[in-house]
Design a protein around this ligand. Sequence first.
Ligand code: MEV
Length: 315
Amino acid sequence: MTLASAPGKVILFGEHAVVSGIPALGCSVDLRARVIVEDLPGRTEVETNLPLAGFTLDLLAGQIRSHEALHAARYVSAVLEELGANDLRIKVDSDIPPGAGLGSSAAIVVATLAALSEHLGLGLPRAEIGEMAHRIEKSVQKGLGSPMDTALATFGGYLQVSSRVQELNLSPLALVIGHTGISHDTRAEVEKVQSLRARHPDLVDPIFEAIGLIAESAAYLIKELRLAELGELMNINHGLLEALGVSSRELSELIYAARGAGGALGAKLTGAGGGGCIIALPGPAGATALEIALRQAGGRVFHARTGGEGVRLGA
Ligand code: MEV
C-alpha cells in the first residue's frame, strides 16, 4: 500500500491578467488530496471518500453517483491510462472542494502520479510529475489550464506564473477562504474577459497592467508581512476584477461580509470568478470573526495556511 498527498492552491493576485501574459502570484494551501494505491489482482477500481455534496441517483444501476466522486475518478483514470497501470485499487480522499478554483483536480492528479510512481517503482522525479500532471489535466479539461495549479500541487510554496514559472521564497499567511457553493466555469469567465478586452482594449489593457503591478508589489509585502498594505492591494485587485465583470452577487456578499463584520484587512475573489471562492486576510478581530461573518452571509468556510509543502509520500 502506498499513500501520497498534494496540496490545493489559491491565486493571490493576477487572475485573468495572466491569460494575457501578466505575471500572477499563487500559493499552495494546507488543504490536501490524499491518494492510496493498493494491489488488486485482476481488476482496477477507483474508490473515493468525497462528500455527497452534489449527487445523481442512477435508477437503472440503483446507484447514487456523486459529482465529486465522478470528478475525481475522471482524473485518476486519465493518470492510470497515461502510465498504462492496472490491477490496482486507488482510493482518493480530499479536503479540497472541487469546482471551486482551489486546484482540486491538479492535487488529485499529482498525488495519484506520486503514489503510482512509488508503488510501481517508476522513480519519477518531481519535475516530471509536474509536467505530466499539467499535460493530463489539460487533456481532461480539453485544452484549458495554466501550469499554476499543477506546479503548486507539485512544488508547494509560492509561484509567480507568466509564460514561465518562478518559485518565490515568501512568508506563510493565515487566510480564510469563503466558498459561495456555486461551481465556477473557468472557460466561460476567461472568454468573457477576453471578449471585453477585444471590444475595449484601451480600457482593459491598463486594468491588466494595474493588476500586474499589484501582483509584483504584493510579493514584497508578503515577504515582509506588511499585512495592512497587503489587504489594501487585495481590495484594489478585487475592484479591478469587478470592473472586468467576473464578480457576482454571491461573491460580493462574501467580500462585504468579510470586510465588514469579519474585520478583514482585505478580501478578493480568487480564481476565475463567476462563482467559486473569495480569500480574506484576517484583521485584529481574528479568523473566527471572519468565519462567523462568512457563514452568516451563506458561505462555506475553510481556514488555510499558505505556502506549505508540495506533493509528498504520506498524508
Ligand atoms: C483561473 O483559475 C485563473 C484564470 O486566470 C485562468 C488561467 O490562468 O488559466 C482566470
